[in-house]
Design a binder for this molecule. Structure first.
Ligand code: 5GP
Ligand code: ZN
Length: 139
């Protein structure tokens, strides 16, 4: 399914040009227009899924192996020391384009801090309580 109002549907299906580094029947992988680092790529399914919760399981199963393949290629070719696979779901989580995508962000030695948080603190009791709440939602 496509969404006619979705820019990533148009890019993924070639209606809007992009700098493409990989394409197959299910995906197009493009370079991000506002890269966090040199080589920052986006894995776009050709079908429209708003986020990971809506993602088809057959497509979902292919995303991580593709991310690993692209990240490995970046290490070989761009000389990055590592890479992040980042995937935002919902506005509160930083999602700005509501067509599922996985970021592949090369990380260079002495490069900028890109994704980070200050570790908080939680007691064993708090962790156990929180775990029980989440587990209820998974039944
Ligand atoms: P999000 O914040 O939704 O996880 O990521 C959206 C990403 O898409 C951002 O990193 C942004 O720079 C990128 N982006 C938005 N519009 C375009 C576009 O038209 N072309 C490309 N190549 N990247 C885009
Ligand atoms: Zn779309």
């Amino acid at each position: 399914m496509r969404d006619d109002n979705c820019i990533f549907c148009k890019i993924a299906n070639g209606e809007i040009p992009s700098t493409t580094i990989y394409e197959d029947d299910d995906f197009r992988v493009i370079l991000d227009l506002g890269p966090a680092s040199r080589g920052h790529a986006l894995i776009l399914p050709k079908e429209h899924f708003a986020d990971v919760c809506a993602l088809d399981e057959r497509i979902a199963a292919k995303v991580l192996p593709l991310g690993a393949r692209i990240g490995s290629a970046m290490k070989r070719t761009l000389g990055c020391a590592g890479f992040n696979l980042v995937q935002n779901n919902g506005e509160a989580a930083g999602q700005t384009v509501f067509h599922f995508h996985m970021h592949v962000i090369p990380r260079y030695e002495n490069g900028p801090v890109i994704a980070g948080w200050t570790p908080g603190k939680a007691s064993q009791e708090e962790l156990a309580e929180t775990a029980e709440e989440i587990k209820k939602g998974m039944q």
